[in-house]
Design a protein around this ligand. Structure first.
Ligand code: C2O
Ligand code: CU
Length: 536
């Protein structure tokens, strides 16, 4: 038996803090996993641009137990390995911290016990390790992992720490989707580089691998400190798009169907993805795995942390065709230009970035390089999704509302910033209940204007019930909303300025303390994060 759950329950029922004593952890460590992988977070170098290699932070992975195929590296990429496991497997993931600062790993999207989830209160000090052990309870899907130490998540992800976590199951196998090289993970990120090919982040991070943040008007006007403070709050946007850690991505593909798994692993970049020949996108999956049936979109909106899976059939193109996936323009999330959101001084200054959110740019190129027949067809049915019934929610008539707030230059949720081990009365839920949560992005109007926020709940997948938007901001919202895919399981819900969304959330299996936060990493790092407590 896998007994960790029982131990956690006992501790939680005791009402005290939920930290698990080391002795219990050691004892549990004796249980035999099906797969064991060691991930060492360390500094390294990667060939990203031509010329000098780029100093990065990276996970070095090693399979200690289980099939060699449980882990796959992306050749030449600084990004973490791809972990591939099956539903029902028990995994042990050993994080070794080879960095000069504390780190941990959050298994984004996975349903795991609270002390295995990579909460910021559980980190490994430099030179130390943290052992994660859990059973894969999730359905097949494209999950991912990244560090989550409070205040440092943005930095650690930016310098390279992130990887995919792909789960498969029987239902997925029955759908007979493209496999192997035809099952293509595409991790999208934006980054900036200096003249020596070093990653540029905040100027006070220079010593760690970056250079001075792109001078320009803002640098000149504001100087490093003020500028850093703004970026640290508003979100870092790079001026180059990397796919799987490489710039100017060109994929040489065959005239057949592919499964494209897109992850937006940027800190703050929002994508509005479309093919340049206008052909629609066939979406087969979201954050929590396959949809019931494929849906079509003319474009898809992908915020930081979100995943989308596409079925893309290149058989209707002649060999030699080139196709570009672009990010289309949309009403960006600051006062930029339009003045529509009246962002004031700060907004105008932020608008001077080279590539603001809402700007158009190419993401990747596909070269249809060879002809190949494939015995796969798009299934009409992909999976079964059991719909929650809103009327089963214990608070159906009175949803919990979480307002995204901006205080005196400080993000918050319902006016509160992050507190490591605390929850408020209105953040406590009961195990084995279904609730309606409403995230409201219509209260943070301040000198900064308004921004979009992808809200993420740890430890579970939810269903999106409905959305609404303030009339004054409808037009901006509608510049991306046709690209929402709300039909599937989600662990994030993206909200444009003025938008609200109700989601159905069920609390099962694991009592304890879990974060929920904005996945614009700088927002989460500067207070747009809170805990919720699942009480027995
Ligand atoms: Cu992927 Cu708490 O985040
Ligand atoms: Cu945010």
């Amino acid at each position: 038996m896998w007994t960790r759950r029982d131990v956690v329950k006992t501790l939680a029922a005791g009402g005290g803090m939920l930290a698990m004593p080391a002795t219990i952890r050691e004892a549990l460590g004796a249980l035999e996993p099906d797969v064991e992988i060691v991930l060492t977070a360390t500094k390294g170098e990667a060939p990203i641009l031509s010329g000098r290699a780029t100093p990065v932070w990276t996970y070095r992975g090693k399979v200690v137990k289980g099939e060699a195929g449980s882990m796959q590296s992306i050749p030449g990429s600084y990004l973490g390995p791809i972990i591939r496991v099956r539903k029902g497997q028990r995994v042990r993931l050993v994080l070794e911290n080879g960095l000069a600062e504390a780190t941990n790993i959050h298994w984004h999207g996975l349903h795991v016990p609270d002390d295995m989830d990579g909460h910021p209160r559980h980190t490994a000090a430099p030179g130390k390790r943290f052992v994660y052990e859990f059973e894969i309870k999730d359905r097949a899907g494209t999950y991912f992992f990244h560090p989550h130490p409070h205040g440092r998540t943005g930095t650690q992800v930016y310098f390279g720490l992130a990887g995919l976590f792909l789960v498969s199951d029987e239902e997925e196998q029955a759908a007979k989707l493209p496999l192997g090289e035809y099952d293509l993970p595409l991790i999208l990120q934006d980054r900036s580089f200096d003249g020596e090919n070093r990653l540029v982040f905040l100027s006070d991070e220079r010593a760690r691998g970056g250079g001075m943040m792109g001078g320009g008007m803002m640098g000149g006007m504001m100087g490093g400190g003020m500028m850093d403070m703004m970026t640290r709050m508003m979100g870092f946007l790079g001026d180059r798009v990397l796919v799987n850690g490489r710039p100017d991505a060109i994929l040489s593909l065959a005239t057949r169907p592919y499964r494209l798994r897109l992850l937006n692993a940027s800190n703050a970049r929002i994508f509005k993805l479309a093919w340049d020949d206008g052909s629609p996108l066939t979406v087969i999956g979201t954050d929590g795995g396959l949809l019931e049936a494929p849906v079509q979109r003319s474009y898809v909106t992908l915020a930081p942390g979100e995943r989308i899976e596409l079925w893309t059939d290149f058989s209707r193109y002649a060999v030699g065709t080139e196709l570009t996936m672009r990010s289309l323009p949309f009403a960006g999330d600051m006062a930029m230009g339009g003045g529509m959101m009246g962002g004031g001084m700060m907004g105008m200054m932020m608008g001077n970035q080279e590539l603001p959110n809402g700007a158009a740019f190419p993401v990747l190129k596909v070269r249809v390089a060879r002809s190949e027949k494939a015995p796969v067809t798009l299934p009409k049915r992909l999976s079964t999704i059991v719909r929650y019934r809103p009327e089963d929610a214990v608070n159906y008539r009175r949803p919990r509302v979480f307002h995204i707030t901006m205080g005196m230059m400080e993000w918050g949720i319902n006016g509160r910033g992050f507190e490591m081990e605390r929850v408020a009365e209105d953040e406590i839920v009961r195990l084995n209940t279904l609730e309606v949560w409403e995230f409201a992005n219509d209260a943070s109007m301040g000198m900064m204007g308004m921004m979009a926020h992808p809200m993420h709940i740890h430890g579970l997948q939810f269903q999106i019930l409905e959305r609404s938007v303030t009339r004054a901001l409808r037009e901006a919202r509608d510049s991306v909303s046709a690209g929402y895919v709300d039909e599937g399981w989600k662990d994030e819900v993206f909200l444009m300025p003025g938008e609200r969304a109700k989601v159905l959330v069920a609390f099962k299996d694991f009592p304890g303390l879990f974060p929920y936060h904005c996945h614009m990493l700088e927002h989460g790092d500067t207070g747009l994060m809170r805990n919720y407590l699942v009480r027995v």
